[in-house]
Write a protein that binds this ligand. Structure first.
Ligand SMILES: Cc1ncc(COP(=O)(O)O)c(C=O)c1O
Length: 447
């Protein structure tokens, strides 16, 4: 599939929004949001459950739009749960998971069941958590034979093709239960006839998967376990495959959701019909929102170091991924010398390896006419607050640049460090209109 680059067509709208609302500003391209949801739905059509992983972008308006596009919500805390509810997603389309659920999180899941408005399932991470959940549940849900639907988060012990920090399916990661811990977790949670109804396995191999090999290995292992545990737990019918569908620079090869879906079809076909899970789910985060997000920033000053260096008014407080794990995001000028600048040339794909591109280890393009390799820095008092080097035209104070693919793990991982207000969130509608999705944070000011 050849992916069109929408940035050249959006550049004027991004400039307009920056002038109207100020910078830093995050714009979400509604048409791209719909396009990615549509691609995902084509790969995983009904009756697949498509659970948007709210952690990727928790702006309620975006969660709500994805809800309207057929996505449920996968949440990791009562906070995310509340956001999903505020966005209009009903409990029946919400799944609760998370490596660190509090007693209050667990109690909330049980209360919802007691009120006959349960979440679809709660995924548990350990025997300790299973025991705590069962203890709390026994007081509430046994009445009237209510039971709480539970998945077991499985650590597949594979070697995901991604950054080490995103490789949560690796054996050494803190996430999930090892294969040999699953049966003990069921026992700790009251066994097959206790207050918890064991429905299946949840898996998340890793984020930004550059290839499908580790994913295939992980899914194979999960399928074997569903078959095995299904023998003693009659309602064990669900396999939730997590997220991980990657978003690399526009034009760069990346396995699409359809590639993962095709692989699963083959894995299922190799199993006897009675060993196949009856209910399947995915939990995409990044794939749905990353490409749609544009972080627009203004140049605060230009220095000469070993070549040009610019300091922007956006940085790790708006998009921490480069500082947190060396992720690479394209940076493109929207103006040069305070005049509109067309980003077409700069948006050309870069020939790098997947991991090189993501980590910034690969080489960038050879600077073209008028472009210079420019160090792009954020305004925060941390030297890791840097977007790396990018080929940019001459820039002056006041020029606008856009940081690409900023829709995932940007706003939701943002902070107010250095006393900075949260950036404004605006949706760029398909007809060019601008809808404020979340106002700029008030911040503290000296008058
Ligand atoms: C359990 C689980 N599901 C889904 C996701 C979403 O991953 P991605 O944004 O890579 O699709 C994550 C991300 O960390 C996760 O931990």
């Amino acid at each position: 599939m050849i992916e069109a680059d929408r940035l050249p067509g959006l550049a004027a709208g991004l400039r307009l929004a920056a002038h109207r609302f100020g910078t830093p500003i995050v714009l979400t391209d509604a048409a791209e949001l719909a396009r990615s949801a549509e691609e995902l739905t084509r790969a995983f059509p009904d009756p697949w459950l498509r659970q948007y992983s709210v952690k990727a972008n928790d702006v309620p308006a975006i969660v709500g739009r994805l809800g309207a596009l057929g996505l449920g919500a996968n949440v990791v805390s009562r906070g995310e749960w509340a956001i999903a509810r505020r966005a209009g997603v009903p409990n029946g389309r919400i799944t609760l998971e998370g490596v660190g659920k509090t007693e209050a999180d667990l109690r909330a899941a049980i209360q919802a069941t007691g009120q006959r408005d349960p979440v679809l399932w709660t995924a548990i991470e350990s025997a300790d958590e299973a025991a705590a959940l069962a203890r709390l549940a026994a007081r509430v849900v046994r009445r009237d034979e209510l039971r709480l639907d539970v998945l077991l988060r499985f650590n597949p012990a594979v070697e995901p093709e991604t950054l080490p920090q995103l490789a949560v399916g690796a054996e050494s990661s803190k996430f999930g239960l090892a294969a040999d811990e699953l049966a003990a977790a069921i026992e700790a949670g009251g066994g097959p006839d206790g207050p918890l109804r064991w429905r299946g396995i949840q898996l998340h191999v890793g984020s930004q998967l550059g290839a499908i090999d580790a994913w295939r290995d992980g899914v194979k292992r999960a399928l074997a376990i569903v078959g095995l545990l299904g023998g003693t737990n009659p309602e064990f019918d669900t396999l939730d495959l997590g997220g991980g569908f990657p978003v690399f620079e526009v034009g760069s090869p990346a396995p699409r959701p359809e590639r993962f879906a095709r692989e699963l079809t083959e894995l299922l076909a190799a199993l006897p019909a009675d060993r196949r899970p009856k209910r399947l789910a995915v939990e995409p985060g990044r794939f749905l929102v990353a490409r749609a997000g544009y972080l627009v920033a203004r140049v605060l000053h230009v220095r000469q170091r070993t070549g040009p260096m610019v300091v922007l008014d956006a940085g790790m407080t708006e998009l921490i991924r480069p500082a947190l794990y060396g992720a690479r995001h394209g940076v493109v000028a929207l103006t040069s010398g305070l005049r509109p600048w067309t980003p077409d040339a700069a948006a050309a794909p870069v020939a790098e390896t997947t991991l090189g591109r993501e980590t910034g280890l690969g080489e960038g393009p050879t600077p073209g006419d008028g472009l210079a390799s420019t160090a792009v820095e954020g305004p925060i008092c941390e030297s890791t607050d840097s977007f790396g080097r990018h080929d940019l035209p001459p820039l002056v104070r006041g020029d606008l640049v856009v940081i690409r693919d900023a829709g995932a793990y940007g706003a939701s991982l943002g902070s107010t460090y250095n006393g900075r207000p949260r950036a404004i969130q605006v949706i760029l509608e398909a007809d060019g209109g601008l809808t404020v999705a979340r106002r700029r944070g008030a911040g503290a000011t000296i008058r």
